[in-house]
Write a protein that binds this ligand. Structure first.
Ligand code: ARG
Length: 389
């Protein structure tokens, strides 16, 4: 019998995919990646078996996700189209990597995923599979099956007693991991309408929360966050903690009309409290310790880095080369940033670093001033010289 390893989430699409693949005479092995989506994996396992899987792998990949994907993106300050901190996009190459590894272990010639033919995730997963093992054959049931609508798919699920109640309640398509939540479809497709509160999963409404701000302090060591309010945390706990605090203050929501890889514009709503806080703090610290030319050049790299992540080009020479550039820029990114969280905003308000390039005796207008203003005259003449006729 032909064997296929399917990237399985426990949702409607991948559950129907199990059944559909069986109908095409495959033995179906499910692979569930735990990236911190906070699911009940016992329940997911049951569902996979009910749908017809012969075997299921559930792997906790949180640590690898944080160390190898999230931290590099944070060091890069990568952000797509000004608003998206890339939670979903960063997870896909990691899922694909393990999908390939399990296929090898199981000696399967086929791998499958539940992504539709309209999104970015099919691209990211398949590009990665192709890079890691171009001989594996890829099946995307959702691109092939004949359901004309969600309703038809639900009918199919009912016919095979695939449990669907969870999916029927939530009128959105949601992808979640420890770095953030991506929410689309349903009423969000109406661009003229503000996203309703029920679209958000992990943040409180900024208008309904405390009238007092909350201050927090984050410590970094070489670009990596280490402490909250002076207390050391492991990265996973640190991110969870910031998701919780940020969420309470409505921090990290964004609403973006984004350019997808397949040429479609789509609206996606994001929640990323921890990522938003950490990006703000990290960039603030960089502004203190990086010299001007490096800081400016790094912004260009950040744009490119975000594109590569969004495009599914994680396992590429350019991404690796950019990491090679970014790593040494983090040598002095150590110190503390204090931030104010207030009604959805997250604002750095104070900063301190042993590697600060700020020299008060140069910038002050007070009497400690050591800046020799006479030097400015010659500097300006030479600076503007190229433009004089
Ligand atoms: N638009 C985001 C991206 O391309 C998220 C995709 C998944 N979104 C979802 N709601 N299922 O990375």
């Amino acid at each position: 019998m032909k064997k296929v390893v399917l990237a399985y989430s426990g949702g409607l699409d991948t559950s129907c995919a199990v059944r559909w693949l069986k109908e095409q005479e495959f033995e179906v092995i499910c692979f569930v990646a735990d990236l911190g989506q906070g699911e009940n994996f016992g329940e997911i396992e049951k569902r996979a078996k009910l749908a017809g899987a012969s075997k299921i792998y559930i792997q906790d990949l949180k640590d690898e996700f944080i160390q190898d994907f999230i931290i590099p993106a944070l060091k890069a300050d990568a952000i797509y189209e000004g608003k998206y901190l890339l939670a979903t996009a960063l997870g896909r190459p990691l899922i694909a990597k393990h999908l390939v590894a399990i296929a090898h272990k199981e000696k399967a010639q086929y791998v499958a995923h539940g992504c539709t033919g309209k999104g970015n995730d099919q691209v990211r997963i398949e590009v990665t599979i192709g890079i890691l093992d171009a001989k594996l054959q890829i099946i995307a049931p959702a691109r092939e099956w004949e359901f004309k609508s969600r309703e038809e798919e639900l009918e199919y699920a009912k016919m095979y007693s695939i449990p669907v109640e969870v999916t029927r309640k939530k009128p959105y398509s949601i992808d979640m991991n420890i770095w953030g939540v991506s929410i689309e479809a349903g009423v969000l497709e109406n661009l003229e309408q503000e996203p309703p509160e029920d679209a958000y999963l992990i943040t409180k409404s900024p208008t309904h929360i405390s009238t007092y701000p909350k201050y927090i302090e984050i410590d970094f060591d070489k670009g990596i966050p280490k402490k909250i309010d002076g207390k050391a945390y492991k990265l996973e706990a640190l991110i969870n903690q910031l998701n919780e605090i940020g969420g309470l203050y409505g921090v990290g929501r964004s609403d973006l009309i984004e350019n997808r890889l397949v040429g479609i514009k789509s609206r996606e709503v994001y929640e990323a409290p921890a990522a938003t806080i950490l990006y703000a703090a990290h960039r603030e610290l960089e502004s203190l310790v990086l010299d001007r030319e490096l800081a400016h050049f790094k912004e260009i790299v950040a744009l490119k880095y975000a594109e590569l992540v969004y495009y599914g080009f994680w396992y590429t020479p350019l991404r690796e080369a950019l990491d090679g550039f970014i790593e040494p820029t983090q040598r002095y990114v150590s110190g503390k940033i204090k931030l104010r969280l207030f009604k959805g905003s997250c604002t750095p308000v104070a900063r301190k670093s042993p590697y600060s390039l700020y020299k008060k005796e140069l910038s002050t207008y007070g009497k400690e001033d050591k800046f020799n203003q006479k030097l400015a005259e010659g500097f300006i003449k030479i600076w503007g010289l190229p433009y004089q006729r």
